[in-house]
Design a protein around this ligand. Sequence first.
Ligand code: NAD
Ligand code: TDX
Length: 343
Amino acid sequence: MKRVLVTGGAGFIGSCFARRLRREHPEVEIVVLDLLTYAGNLNNLRVFDADPRFRFVKGDIADPVAVKDAMEGCDVVLNFAAETHVDRSLLSAGHFFDTDVKGVFVLLEEARRTGVERFIQISTDEVYGQILEGEFSENDPLNPRNPYSAAKCGGDRLAYSFWASYGTPVIVTRASNNYGPYHYPEKVIPLFITNAIDNEPLPLYGDGRNVRDWLHVEDHAAALLFLLENGVPGETYNIGGGNEVENIDLTRKILRLLDKPETLIRKVTDRPGHDRRYALSTAKIRALGWGPAYGFEEGLSETVRWYQENEWWWRPIKQGDLQYKAWYEKNYADRLKGATSPS
Ligand code: NAD
Ligand code: TDX
């Protein structure tokens, strides 16, 4: 591993991976290709400010010219770049297919042309769809149920097809819900933490009994580094935290950690097609020797503390960024009108 391309490296998980890669491999050259959409943030990459072995390229993974430039000389590629928010995909899905399918195709074409040694496509547990009991294994059928997960499913299988058709050394990973520092405050954990800090309502969808399995972002990054060394091309690996929590319990935990009242909770109109539960079997990656290091209680309380101590990072997004305010208004204004607190 000499030069690693991290696409989407200005986002939540990609930047965590890049920072960890630098800590564990000081000698490696890192190239980040990122379009800096609303979710991309150069503040996530500050640690690289004076790093001579780091290069940032602003560009679109669906643009072959930008991709050719960024991938030049790279032997390893990890594709984190994506439109990632389910709620946004429900209101407008076009960009999701441009990036999460076409963008993956452009990256794969260039990887095939240059002959990279590893290409990791970061997929998601959402491609399996919901599961009410039990857990999904890697060979289970895929049944995405919202436009985001359908687009990710396209990218996931496209990546596999390059292995099956051309022998491009692709590994596909499907992770469960990530949480941790630098998480854009549209996703439930950072949204609820930052709203609660400001004594704003927490809009809990539906009956609040939907279940997600939470994976600390550092555990995800560690798993990806582990798979770069131990994963087998052509294979798919689930990466889960083993922390299933109902949304209502998650919300209460956040409020307790911040010493805020449950009267901040608002039960609001549900997300359409809201997947009830995700759960992954992680037997395959565990058999190779990886397991998560974070317990959820410890990880969540550290995360809450990070948002308390790093207002410089999130306040400009929530208060200064008109795009964020427009999104909040669009997705929540009607929902919050007349919504009640469950307690
Ligand atoms: P994020 O939204 O925080 O970051 C996405 C990054 O991609 C941003 O920096 C954005 O600017 C960049 N980007 C978007 N479109 C681009 C384009 N066309 N070209 C170049 N860059 C572009 O997302 P995240 O939570 O860090 O997720 C990273 C990856 O992990 C995604 O592929 C996502 O589907 C996957 N994933 C996320 C989770 C989760 O819980 N967050 C779980 C499983 C899988
Ligand atoms: O305001 C909210 N209220 C609420 O009740 C939001 C934003 C979410 N929720 C619920 C919906 C989900 O059951 O919380 C749960 C988590 O929602 P999100 O944070 O939006 O994540 P999710 O839809 O589960 O998808 C995430 O995990 C899989 C990531 O955003 C995806 O990128 C990843 O692939």
